[in-house]
Design a protein around this ligand. Structure first.
Ligand code: GTP
Ligand code: MG
Ligand code: ZN
Length: 336
């Protein structure tokens, strides 16, 4: 199936490919050489369900199993490269989804184990936290990092609203995550701090911004490229200083200096795929090398078991207690 469609693409059809930058139920905005084409899906694509990820390395359950599932799991994601058949001017019909290089996904809502791909072909996840307003919860950062590691995605950590920062707290956070090999950028859309570095980090890549509502994702995007016109909202007052979801749909914005950013609504947008028990530790960079070295081997959950190499490393000061706490929270299925 896939081979046949690929060979079709190598002929005349190859000229009509583009990237999905925005979508509404059943409607896809495809960008091709600066032009926007409003597309629907071909019936054939709908019927065969075409899920382009049947590679051996993929987790089981990732294939859409019935046509009706298209209602819960859209087979086309933002960032997908698609082939389309032109219809009337400015319109088209998508006939194929080209193989994906990478994907950011979450389990679909409902009781079936289906994968919902949120963004396809991305180069990096940009995990965004505000230094204050809303108050950062670093356990959530660890959850993002584990999700990204489990999908083999690179993560850039960005701390916004540095103009409101408690310097000492942020310094310790930067120290911890850079020691683990992550890149951390400190920014302020108010003062312009870190905006040039942010441009460099986004240049020529497809990035997706994730972070809670109100942390300043859209403001950062507008600071990086003034005039982009993405909507920014006020953080509602109140004791939590929680944001109110100004950005409500995902959209891909092209950057003048090369690259693109998918701005997302501030929700917990991605989950961990079937990572259970001792597997979680594999996605904590400092714990991974110790997995299998515990008295109970790979069956150790690194909780209360005797002879646990990971707990010993926490006690010896080689693993940060807060990272270990994040591990335990994930192990116990607690939400952040
Ligand atoms: N002091 C300060 N305020 C900022 C900064 N960046 C953004 N804000 C404010 O924070 C609020 C939320 O900003 P947004 O950019 O809409 O946040 P968001 O993360 O896109 O939120 P959602 O779209 O709801 O997910 C706005 O009132 C911004 O003016 C900053 O660097 N410093
Ligand atoms: Mg926003
Ligand atoms: Zn252990």
């Amino acid at each position: 199936m896939l081979l046949e469609t690929q060979s079709q693409l190598s002929g005349e059809d190859a000229r009509f490919t583009g990237m999905v930058i925005r979508k509404a139920p059943g409607i896809y905005h495809v960008e091709r050489e600066g032009e926007l084409i409003v597309c629907t899906i071909s019936n054939r694509l709908r019927k065969t369900l075409l899920y382009p990820i049947a590679d051996a390395s993929s987790v089981p359950h990732q294939r859409v199993q019935a046509v009706k599932d298209i209602d819960t799991v859209d087979p086309i994601a933002i960032g997908d490269r698609v082939a389309f058949r032109p219809a009337e001017p400015g319109k088209g019909v998508i006939t194929e989804v080209l193989p994906r290089r990478s994907r950011l996904s979450r389990p679909a809502a409902g009781n079936k184990p289906l994968e919902h791909v949120l963004v396809a072909n991305l180069d990096q996840v940009v995990a965004i936290f505000a230094a204050a307003r809303p108050q950062p919860r670093w356990n959530l950062l660890d959850r993002y990092l584990v999700s990204a590691e489990s999908s083999d995605l690179d993560t850039l950590i960005v701390i916004t609203k540095m103009d409101l920062a408690d310097e000492a707290e942020i310094e310790s956070v930067v120290e911890l995550y850079t020691s683990l090999g992550y890149r951390v950028l400190l920014t302020s859309s108010e003062t312009g701090e870190g905006i040039d570095a942010m441009r460099d980090a986004l240049s020529d890549k497809l990035s997706v911004f994730v972070g809670k509502s109100g942390v300043g994702k859209t403001s950062l995007l507008n600071a990086v490229q003034p005039g982009l016109g993405a909507r920014v909202g006020a953080v509602s007052e109140g004791k939590s200083g929680k944001g109110k979801h100004t950005t409500t749909t995902m959209e891909l914005f092209k950057l003048d200096f090369g690259g693109a950013v998918v701005d997302t609504p501030g929700i917990r947008i991605f989950g961990i795929w079937e990572v259970d028990g001792s597997d979680i530790a594999l996605y904590f960079r400092e714990m991974a090398p110790l997995v299998g070295r515990c008295k109970f081997g790979v069956s150790c959950e690194h909780d209360h078991e005797p002879g646990c190499a990971i707990r010993a490393a926490v006690e010896a000061g080689n693993i940060h207690p807060r990272r270990y706490e994040s591990y335990l929270r994930m192990l116990n299925g607690e939400l952040d």
